[in-house]
Design a protein. Structure first.
Length: 137
């Protein structure tokens, strides 16, 4: 048998990683909303979730190699740390809630997508306006 028949392909591992991050992000969100979560843990969860769902990366993706460092290492590390901070009973409830949300297969928020695209367009227009003003002077 060829080695490729035993080892999962890169595409399969990538999809599994994306699913893991999605499931654990929903778990963190459910734990954040749970009143039994300590306030310091909630604060850390808020920061991790804001970073996970933010369209802006700490290191921009267009920078070779380093651009994906935050997505590949920093975010999973923060998720791992956040999961360790959540009390076990809260974590169990949050995982059940996350699994239920994934099973619902809720539709993607079109309003959220429009808002993000609008913010990017506004940013591009402001950057263009700024560059034009700098170039004219």
């Amino acid at each position: 048998m060829a080695a490729s028949e035993h080892a999962p392909g890169l595409s399969t591992r990538w999809r599994a990683t994306v699913q893991y991050i999605k499931r654990e992000s929903l778990t963190l969100y459910a734990a954040y909303r749970n009143p039994r979560t300590p306030w310091l843990t909630r604060l850390f969860l808020a920061l991790v979730l804001a970073y996970a769902f933010s369209p802006i990366d700490l290191i921009p993706d267009f920078i070779p190699v380093l651009g994906y460092l935050d997505d590949a290492l920093l975010l999973p590390l923060c998720i791992w740390l956040a999961l360790r901070m959540i009390p076990e009973p809260v974590l169990a409830d949050a995982r059940r809630e996350a699994t239920a949300r994934i099973a619902e297969a809720r539709p993607v928020s079109r309003v959220g997508a429009v808002a993000i695209v609008s913010l990017w367009l506004l940013g591009i227009m402001l950057a263009g306006w700024w560059l034009l003003n700098v170039a004219i002077r």
